[in-house]
Design a protein around this ligand. Structure first.
Ligand code: DAH
Length: 359
């Protein structure tokens, strides 16, 4: 074989051994057999040879070209197979857990509201609801709140001014709205009107709790114009204040995980007689005295008492036949003390850095 052909063949074979991709293989093919490839060029030199050598050179050239083509083909097939094996050998770890999508959590207040309603439902109470925009008859009058009671003052209560909606002139609700006198609609200042709504629509025995948002013209470090209450009502024959105390104690056992002392302090609310404020033994120190109960061993919870006969009469229930008790307390303070939240403000700002702490 002519030396120049032999050199090219050897160089090709050496380069071929280093080829590890189909792209590199193609480059090699171009370098040797392409239009300007080194082997292709040698063929052009054939004309310069003496005639007697030409034939032999041509035959050798063909052999070298065929050998290169065959080697390229073989290598190509090998690389293809190699790639296929690699693909088949790839292992996907299907057990790897996916990234969790960011899940929200319930607001701490909602958590307390749910736990409260679950506790009272376990004690046999049903859930009742009432509107935020309430008739002053239900919010005040039927609850025996006198016309001149300070709670009815504009400075304490948000009144809704009835007005005609121009776009809704043919709407009958507009006429109903216009029949309302100023001062008749309020944002409910407590959940107690749900007592009235329940007694107007249900016959005793009645056992309900109502949880919800309430509103007052209050806004400072410890008061928010929007806050939350829970109301309880139990009406039947022969219901006594002893039942109230026992129920509240059972509630503490369910809600705090242990039965806490319940203490009544005489107090006045127009819709109950007798009326009381009630405290529970401090759930944080068990009554020994701590910062949360201000070293008294008790935490103030809310108001309660025996349903006033005037309220029964307003609701069409005979006070000679039935007795009942009611209680009401704030949910926001309870939530705050439970989680040691320092400011009421945090509860309503919607700051995720705060909310994330209640998974
Ligand atoms: N509605 C009262 C308030 O907002 C709380 C209350 C006191 C509710 C005594 C009652 C009750 O049902 O009997 O301050």
């Amino acid at each position: 074989m002519p030396a120049r052909l032999a050199t090219q063949l050897a160089a090709f074979q050496e380069a071929l051994a280093r080829v590890d991709s189909e792209a590199a293989l193609y480059e090699l093919q171009v370098a040797y057999l392409g239009k300007k490839g080194t082997v292709t060029q040698l063929r052009g030199e054939m004309g310069k040879l003496p005639p007697e050598e030409r034939k032999g050179f041509g035959a050798e050239w063909n052999r070298v070209r065929n050998a290169i083509e065959a080697a390229l083909e073989e290598r190509r097939a090998y690389l293809k197979e190699q790639a296929r094996r690699l693909d088949l050998a790839r292992v996907e770890d299907l057990t790897l857990p996916p990234l969790r999508p960011p899940a929200g959590t319930l607001h701490p207040l909602s958590q307390t509201r749910r736990r409260l309603s679950e506790s009272f439902q376990r004690l046999g109470f049903s859930l009742a609801v009432g509107p935020h925009v309430e008739h002053s008859k239900y919010n005040f009058d039927d609850l025996n709140v006198p016309k001149d009671h300070p709670a009815r003052d504009m400075a304490d209560t948000f009144f809704i001014r009835p007005h005609r909606h121009p776009g809704f002139d043919d709407h009958t609700d507009n006429d109903a709205a216009m029949r309302l006198r100023a001062g008749e609609l309020v944002l409910r200042t407590h959940t107690s009107p749900v007592q009235v709504r329940t007694m107007l629509t249900q016959k005793p025995p009645i056992r309900i709790v109502a949880l919800g948002t309430t509103f007052r013209c209050d806004d400072d470090a410890t008061h928010s114009p929007m806050f939350h209450q829970i109301e309880g009502l139990y009406v039947d024959r022969g219901v006594t204040m002893a039942d109230l105390k026992a129920t509240l104690m059972d509630f503490t056992r369910d809600f705090y995980g242990r039965r806490l002392d319940v203490r009544f302090r005489p107090s006045f609310f127009p819709f109950v007689e007798p009326g009381a404020e009630f405290d529970i033994g401090c759930p944080f120190c068990g009554g020994d005295g701590c910062n949360l109960c201000k070293r008294t061993g008790y935490i103030e919870i809310g108001g309660c008492g025996m349903v006033h006969p005037a309220v029964f009469e307003a609701c069409g229930i005979d006070p000679e036949v039935y007795t009942g008790w009611a209680f009401g307390f704030g949910v926001d303070r309870m939530t705050m003390s439970q989680h040691a939240v320092p400011h009421l403000r945090h509860m309503f700002e919607g700051d995720v850095r705060f909310l994330e702490q209640f998974p």
